[in-house]
Design a protein around this ligand. Structure first.
Ligand SMILES: *Cc1c(COP(=O)(O)O)cnc(C)c1O
Length: 432
């Protein structure tokens, strides 16, 4: 299967007709438990000597198809699905981290991730150092003896800026730590981070992979290429793991070590499990991923160019625009297109943004992205509200900025909606 191309893999990878019924679409296996053949079979499963289904907190046949499909699309060795994108980030860090350890992360991240990394993970004794990833020396300097991973978004939320994945991967590599890429906004159709040197890829499957705003989910993909035993930084993988009766995951499972650890310990003990219905919706969405992404990108290119020429607009961040400082990097990292998520700033500032948001009709004012429908949000008053002013600006969510997630509707209809909302925002300003 892995020698097939992307458009084939997105329909077929991981699935086959149901062996019991012949059902062609992947059934929703709505079962928590699975009958063991006999006591030896049960023992082999619990010893990880045989791969199979035990209990749906760990493994479920519908979820397993989705894991195999995303791993195939990303070009990874294995994948573990979980309940949300934020769960995936914790699942990715959990085997690597311990009290006193840190991660070096980009300043340009999804607002919820900034909060998760700057506040919540501190309860575990972990910390994050926020660095401008355009400055490779700053990334290099931030990595210290306690650093266990480098983390960034390939196409960064909310501005759609592009990360030089290969250059950052080389910095992480030289320091002996893995690069984790949040590939949510790019999807493996536009960027395959493992081909650019990343070790782990995390997803919020809630967004483009499902594609229609129905279910939350997450996924961690492992390249299978990182040598966890090359240094003593990753004892959960390279030393006997006390949480699984002394199993040495790197030795026993080779390129599948991280994936097996994620299931046998991560899902078992953290319990952030994806349910089979969510996996089913996401499998349906993934079948059309490349078709949707091509349309998302085409619409985003058209609309970003139109906005750039609008007199009320101060700036547009879309990396696919010839004027963008990220255009050269976009052509290198994501030649098929720079995604469909970007921001624009209004000359009349915060109040004009709020009036714009209140007047859109076709665009929905929603705290989501990657839907077939076009969405907009004023980040500074919503998703990035809990950030300090300088964090908002560093994250590209300044008070005069609106984020757009461009859908797959007709671009002319979307432009007409933006045009009337911008006119109302400007008109209200003039009247004041
Ligand atoms: C939405 C999102 C997340 C969090 O995912 P959830 O499924 O909402 O938990 C993480 N990173 C990015 C880039 C996102 O857009």
């Amino acid at each position: 299967m892995t020698d097939h191309r992307f458009d084939t893999l997105q329909v077929h990878a991981g699935s086959r007709p149901d062996p019991a019924t012949g059902a062609r679409q992947t059934p929703i296996y709505q079962s928590t438990g699975y009958v063991f053949r006999d006591a030896d079979h049960a023992a082999a499963l619990f010893n990880l000597q045989e791969v199979g289904f035990i209990y749906s907190r760990l493994t479920n046949p519908t979820v397993a198809v989705l894991q195999d499909r995303i791993a195939a699309l990303e070009g990874g060795a294995g994948a573990v699905c979980c309940s949300s994108g934020h769960a995936a980030q914790i699942m990715a860090l959990f085997p690597l981290m311990g009290p006193g350890r840190n991660i070096v992360v980009s300043t340009r991240l999804y607002g919820g991730t900034v909060t998760q990394f700057s506040q919540t993970i501190r309860r575990f004794g972990w910390s994050a150092k926020f660095v401008d990833f355009d400055d490779l020396d700053a990334v290099r300097d931030a990595i210290d003896d306690d650093t266990r991973a480098v983390f960034g978004e390939a196409i960064a939320n909310p501005g759609g800026w592009i990360m030089d994945v290969r250059a950052i991967a080389d910095v992480a590599d030289a320091a002996g730590v893995p690069l984790i890429i949040d590939n949510t906004t790019a999807t493996p159709y536009l960027v395959r981070p493992i081909e650019h040197g990343a070790t782990l890829v995390v997803h919020s499957t809630t967004k483009y992979l499902t594609g229609n705003g129905t279910v939350t989910g997450g996924c961690v993909v492992d390249s299978g290429g990182f040598d966890w035993a090359a240094n003593d930084k990753f004892p959960s993988l390279s030393q006997p793991e006390p949480a699984y009766h002394g199993t040495v995951f790197a030795e026993t499972f080779g390129p599948m070590a991280f994936t097996f650890h994620g299931i046998a310990i991560g899902l078992r003990d953290l319990g952030m499990t994806m349910n089979p219905q969510a996996a089913h919706y996401t499998l349906l969405g993934i079948e059309t991923l490349s078709l949707r992404m091509d349309r998302h990108v085409r619409n985003a290119e058209t609309i970003a160019a139109w906005l750039e020429g609008h007199p009320a607009v101060k700036a547009v961040t879309y990396a696919g625009l010839p004027s963008s400082p990220y255009k050269v990097l976009a052509d290198k990292v994501c030649p098929k297109g720079a995604g469909a998520l970007f921001t624009f700033a209004l000359k009349d500032g915060y109040d004009a943004c709020v009036r714009f948001i209140d007047n859109v009709k076709l665009f929905s004012h929603v705290a989501n992205l990657g839907d077939t429908r076009s969405l907009c949000i004023h980040s500074a008053s919503t998703t990035h509200r809990q950030l300090q002013a300088e964090q908002q600006i560093a994250a590209g969510a300044a008070p005069d900025v609106v984020r757009l997630s461009i859908g797959i509707e007709d671009a002319d209809d979307l432009i007409a909606d933006l045009d009337q909302a911008l006119a109302k925002a400007a008109g209200a300003m003039a009247a004041e």
